[in-house]
Design a protein around this ligand. Structure first.
Ligand code: HXC
Length: 514
């Protein structure tokens, strides 16, 4: 080896050690992989090509002149996942706590630019103490550069964030702009300000875990779309989710030629809905019986559980599933469910994933809490998202489709392409009980035997309105089908709609009710 070669070799080895062995040991002791190990797990074997390995910061403040580690706390480059190109950056907590300074930011911006210009997904693995305090405002500028790129890339290429350590301050806003945020249980945190600052400002005592751990963001805030028990499971999930997505907004998701049958018999669907319309059942079971075996990838499964969202395959087609969940809050639409659904619908629409909507919804959740917090404004997000979506839209009403929620859930009126109903579907302005109390208020008040009169009005209402046939007569339902026919109808529909072209009026951008 020549001197020059061994010099390069030495520099490379130094770069690969990041912040040094003791900090790497600390990372491992905490159950975390290093940035380089994560990239190795994420990408196809030997596919990673690193860029900017020898970048160093140019700062001198606070003694930084004497600490200039190679890479500046972030590993960046490109590679493949399932043979398809992706771009990646992984923050290295062993170097200045993964904090972001000028050089670090420029490396991420370069990768974002390459991903955008070449139309391939970008994956960010975050593990960072936020803005590098020693670099001051320059760090803030670096963040802003990244936020701008994330925003410009939004809807053009899939952007996926895996939070794999603390993410404080500016470190949380770039992931928040991206399409999917995955977190690791026990080792990842996201907060604008940490527990100490919270205490000094609000006097609240809170742990990092409660303030911004994976469970908190998966269940309470909805910031995390999914959580995983460790780094490897999280990275494998990133690989898995990319399977459903195209490389960019100009491409269609790949169709898998081998499409395994669902985990069950189609006829199982015929016995799933209870006779009593007020009895819950698990919509996950409907999904399991409709989609290609083991293909359902839930999104936000612990947040707003009254609405199920997730990717799946049907007959090999990648689809986005949006389904009311009668087993949780009767499947009602509330603020959280509306926001969750709207974001998911827009993501699917941006990346050409057909929407399969499974509907059993008693309406929007009434009450002061919801009204005062703006259910009108938030519910409108879901309505807007379904209205705006131009991808193939297929809807199955499994039971209730009441009121405004009937319109919202990808109805024919807002450009649903194929709208099916099961024979027991109830498509009406509202449920029988509520309706007859309004329509017959005076008679019921004066009745000697209120209960039996109410029962007879209810029966009458049910016979007239609690069925799918009036909607079918108006053409609002394309076909009333036996539940066991559903998968076959949906797959044929997805094939039929494969070349669908529909464009919205030209505009700068719409004004989604935020
Ligand atoms: C420079 C930092 C740093 C930072 C951590 N380090 N955060 N260096 N800038 N922001 C360094 C530490 O000095 C330490 O260096 C190493 O990283 C590991 O940090 P520890 O504190 O020892 O680790 P740990 O106990 O695991 O705690 C991690 C942490 C904590 C929770 C992230 O370090 C922390 O609270 N950091 C500050 C977080 C924060 O408030 N950031 C907001 C910045 S303002 P050595 O040499 O000992 O290994 C911001 C605004 C941007 O981001 C707004 C844009 C919109």
């Amino acid at each position: 080896m020549t001197d020059r070669h061994s010099d390069l070799d030495h520099r490379r080895r130094e770069a690969s050690l990041g912040g040094g062995k003791s900090r790497i040991d600390r990372q491992h002791d905490q159950g975390k992989l290093t940035a380089r190990e994560r990239v190795t797990v994420l990408l196809d074997e030997k596919s990673f090509v690193e860029l900017g390995q020898l970048v160093r910061h140019q700062s001198t403040d606070y003694g930084l002149a004497d600490q200039r580690p190679y890479g500046d706390g972030v590993v960046t480059g490109y590679g493949t996942i399932h043979g398809r190109p992706v771009y990646v950056y992984a923050q290295d907590f062993t170097v200045f706590g993964g904090s972001l300074g000028r050089a670090h930011a420029s490396k991420i911006v370069q990768i974002l630019d390459l991903a955008l210009q070449n139309g391939a997904p970008i994956i960010g693995l975050s593990d960072s103490g936020g803005a590098r305090i020693q670099e001051g405002v320059v760090s803030l500028g670096g963040y802003a550069d990244i936020f701008l790129k994330n925003t410009l890339a939004s809807g053009v290429i899939p952007q996926i964030s895996a939070i794999m350590g603390p993410c404080a301050g500016g470190a949380v806003y770039s992931p928040a702009i991206t399409d999917l945020v995955f977190m690791v249980q026990g080792t990842s945190y996201m907060f604008v300000t940490g527990p100490d600052v919270v205490h000094s400002v609000t006097q609240e005592e809170v742990t990092a875990e409660d303030l911004g751990g994976a469970e908190t963001h998966a269940q309470r805030s909805g910031v995390a779309h999914a959580v995983y028990p460790n780094d490897v499971a999280c990275l494998e999930a990133v690989r898995a989710v990319l399977n459903y997505l195209p490389q960019n907004c100009e491409e269609q998701p790949a169709i898998h030629t081998s499409a395994p049958s669902p985990a069950g018999y189609p006829s199982d669907l015929d016995h799933l809905i209870p006779e009593n319309p007020n009895k819950p059942y698990d919509m996950h079971e409907v999904i399991r019986l409709l989609v290609d075996r083991n293909s359902f990838f839930p999104v936000h499964d612990r947040f707003a559980r009254n609405l199920i969202c997730g990717f799946a395959r049907m007959g090999g087609h990648a689809v986005g599933i949006v389904a009311n969940q009668p087993a949780h809050l009767a499947g009602v639409l509330d603020i959280d469910a509306s926001i969750k659904g709207a974001r998911f619908v827009r993501f699917c629409d941006a990346f050409n994933l057909p929407l399969v909507t499974l509907e059993d919804v008693p309406g929007f959740l009434p009450g002061t809490d919801q009204e005062w917090r703006g259910i009108i404004r938030h519910g409108a997000k879901l309505l807007y998202a379904f209205c705006e979506a131009t991808v193939p839209k297929l809807t199955v009403i499994t039971r209730k489709a009441y009121g405004g929620a009937y319109d919202v859930m990808s109805s024919k009126h807002i450009r649903g392409d194929l709208n099916y109903a099961w024979p027991n579907a109830e498509i009406a302005v509202m449920g029988a009980k509520g309706a007859i109390r309004i329509l017959h208020r005076a008679e019921l008040k004066q009745a000697a035997d209120r209960a039996s009169l109410e029962e007879s009005f209810t029966r009458d209402y049910r016979e007239r309105f609690s069925n799918p046939y009036i909607a079918a007569e108006h053409g609002y339902i394309d076909e009333v089908i036996y539940p066991q026919q559903t998968r076959e109808r949906l797959i044929r529909g997805l094939n039929m709609l494969r070349n669908k072209v529909l464009t919205n009026p030209r505009k700068k951008h719409g004004n989604l009710p935020l």
